[in-house]
Design a protein around this ligand. Structure first.
Ligand SMILES: Nc1ncnc2c1ncn2[C@@H]1O[C@H](COP(=O)(O)OP(=O)(O)OP(=O)(O)O)[C@@H](O)[C@H]1O
Ligand SMILES: [Mg+2]
Length: 217
């Protein structure tokens, strides 16, 4: 399975989700390749930090952009159980390249009006990509949501209106555990003290993609 986490909006949690999906899938026994398709190189930097802080080398990471990303994904796909691609927060060559080769696109969206509107722009990129990649499955998920309030509901309603984009009903709430875990070089399931609510939310999202961790309690 090839899964891309992408959006034309920055700072929506793409890298956070890509890292957590990678670690959870690796933990379930899958051989996972994480592709950093963003010039900022955040996924690469995180992985270096992870190795320094935890000594873990449980997945492989490479940095690939644009055409090279597309070519290498095609070549590397048979060698891995899962490829996770993290792209930058703009309409980039790498995002477009990823859309032509990925099985799944997961779009994290902040529950704010402008962010929800930006999905229209992603929808037109998807339409274009489907001409080449007609099996492309697309999901949206609300991330960094307020624990309470009507904004989430309103955003969910608008997101559900997009045809051809499946809205995942499980919302990921804004929780300190997400930034704390990244800073510590670990995934949310490895963080101490544990944040059960964050774990539960992420677990639900992972199940959408049939990623089942071994030791979820
Ligand atoms: N659910 C969440 N709760 C709290 N903080 C979060 C959550 N998701 C992401 N963040 C934080 O929000 C910031 C942006 O997240 P992240 O870097 O994953 O977004 P991005 O979409 O990859 O950004 P960019 O477009 O710059 O690549 C980070 O500081 C991250 O720790
Ligand atoms: Mg990022």
């Amino acid at each position: 399975m090839i899964l891309t986490v992408g959006n034309v909006k920055g700072g929506v949690g793409k890298t956070t989700l890509a890292i957590n999906i990678t670690i959870a899938a690796a933990d379930s026994g899958a051989d996972v390749l994480l592709i950093d398709g963003d010039e900022q190189g955040t996924a690469m930097t995180f992985t270096e930090l992870r190795q320094q802080k935890t000594g873990k080398t449980d997945y492989t990471v490479v940095s690939l952009k644009g055409v090279a990303l597309r070519q290498q994904v095609r070549k590397l796909a048979p060698k891995y159980d899962m490829i996770v691609i993290d792209v930058g927060g703009r309409d980039t060559g790498s995002f477009r390249a990823a859309l032509t080769v990925t099985d799944i696109l997961l779009i994290p969206v902040l529950p704010r009006t402008f962010d929800v509107w930006a999905l229209d722009q992603v929808a037109s990129l998807i339409e274009e990509a489907r001409e080449i990649n007609d099996a492309l499955q697309v999901y949206s998920v609300i991330n960094s949501a307020d624990p309470v309030g009507r904004d989430n509901e309103e955003a969910a309603k608008l997101l559900s209106e997009h045809q051809d984009i499946t809205h995942i009903s499980q919302t990921i709430v804004r929780r300190k555990a997400f930034s704390n875990s990244v800073a510590a070089g670990v995934g949310i399931f490895e963080l101490q003290p544990r944040d059960r609510k964050a774990e539960k939310e992420l677990t639900e999202v992972l199940h959408t993609f049939n990623v089942y961790r071994n030791d979820i309690k």
